[in-house]
Structure formats: structure tokens, C-alpha cells
Design a protein around this ligand. Structure first.
Ligand code: GAR
Length: 208
């Protein structure tokens, strides 16, 4: 059984999808030990607490200096010694100490088909605004390992979603979440928890 730490910043629908998948048994061999947010008002924290999961907020606003925040956050994470860190709508750019400590054991869900609409400044609704502004006909979501770049780590799973005429960023975001994110994030956790994911030279191989 692997231990998961899920990092969140907002609504927590991806966290919900993961908790539901664990409860229904479509994800096996894993349990969520802790949910940590940089935002004390994140609804995701409520979702976790309702499931009896430790829900902790560590906000940069509570520290005089960024380094102290990063230290406190990492110390808290370390206390749970997670096997896998899942970024489920965690909108803080990860810092070196955390990435190195959990190297190869951090995954992120991004709401586009990487390498489109990713990297610095592309998060949340902005990703869908950019996709609509470019006029793409297909978008989607990606689960990838986190390395020291922004959205540059090895890709684990992707799922495409059609853009429809008249879409708003909000309607597109909703479709991408429902059809792609909530499917591939739990799936990726299940594959990793069951030792079906390996990485060679930055490329992921999945053995089903
Ligand atoms: C999701 O769409 C996720 O892909 C995105 O934030 C949203 C969080 O929603 N993440 C990023 O943009 C990361 N670059 P949620 O809190 O309801 O899961």
C-alpha cells in the first residue's frame, strides 16, 4: 500500500475524483495520508476532512519570508513520509528542495495536452483561455512526473477532449475536467501504486 500526499490550492475536484476512485476500488494499493494546501480557504481541505483525511493549510501569508514557508511546508510533508506526492490543482510553483527530496515521486495534472499551453503562467482557466484564443479543435489533459522545469517532466497519461463552437473558458474547463482530468489522474495513481510505470531517459513505459 503506497502513501499519498495530495497538494491542493482550490476547489479540489481532482482530489474528489481520487478519493472516489479509492473508495470504489478503481484505484488500488494506495491511500491518502494527508492533503496540504497553501490556501486555508481551499474547498479541497473540507473535502479531505469530510473523508477523515488529515487536512492541513500552510500559507505563505503566515510567514515573513518565502524560505520559511517552504521549510515549514516541506517539514509538514516529510512528517507523513509519502511514497507519492500528487499535485491536484496545486498552484504554487514547486521549489528545488521539495522537488529533489521527492525526485521521481511527484506527479501533476495539467489541463492541456502538453506541450501545448503549458509552462510559466499557464494554470487553471488561463490554459483554456489560451486554447480558445489559438482556435484549437482538440485539447485535453496530461498527467506527468514533475522535474525541475515547469510542466516539462515525463508524460504518464494524456486524454484528448474536443473543443466545441461557442465554448467559453469555463465550459471548456468543465469538459476537460469531466472527460479527462478526473479519469487520468486516478488512473495514473493506480498504475504507479501497482508498479506499472517506469521511466527511462525521460520516457514513460506502462505495463498493463
Ligand atoms: C485543474 O483543472 C487542474 O488541472 C489545474 O487546476 C485545476 C484545479 O481544479 N491545474 C493547473 O492548472 C496546474 N498547472 P480542482 O481544484 O477542482 O482539482
Amino acid at each position: 500500500m503506497i502513501k499519498l500526499a495530495v497538494l491542493v490550492s482550490g476547489g479540489g475536484t481532482n482530489l474528489q475524483a481520487l478519493m472516489d476512485a479509492l473508495e470504489s476500488g478503481s484505484v488500488t494499493n494506495a491511500e491518502i495520508s494527508v492533503v496540504i494546501s497553501n490556501n486555508k480557504n481551499a474547498y479541497a481541505l473540507k473535502r479531505a476532512a469530510e473523508h477523515g483525511i488529515d487536512a492541513i493549510s500552510i500559507s505563505p501569508k503566515d510567514y515573513t519570508d518565502r524560505v520559511l514557508f517552504e521549510e515549514a511546508f516541506l517539514n509538514c510533508l516529510n512528517e507523513y513520509s509519502p511514497d507519492l506526492v500528487v499535485l491536484a490543482g496545486f498552484l504554487v510553483v514547486l521549489w528545488k528542495d521539495l522537488i529533489r527530496r521527492y525526485s521521481g515521486r511527484i506527479i501533476n495534472i495539467h489541463p492541456s495536452l502538453i506541450p501545448s499551453f503549458c509552462g510559466k503562467g499557464y494554470y487553471g482557466l488561463k490554459v483554456h483561455e489560451a486554447a480558445l484564443a489559438r482556435g484549437v479543435k482538440v485539447t485535453g489533459a496530461t498527467v506527468h512526473f514533475v522535474d525541475e522545469g515547469t510542466d516539462t517532466g515525463p508524460i504518464i497519461l494524456q486524454k484528448a477532449v474536443p473543443v466545441q463552437q461557442g465554448d467559453s473558458p469555463e465550459s471548456l474547463q468543465k469538459r476537460v475536467m469531466e472527460q479527462a482530468e478526473w479519469v487520468i489522474l486516478p488512473k495514473a495513481v493506480d498504475l504507479i501504486a501497482n508498479n506499472k510505470v517506469s521511466v527511462t531517459d525521460g520516457m514513460v513505459t506502462i505495463t498493463e
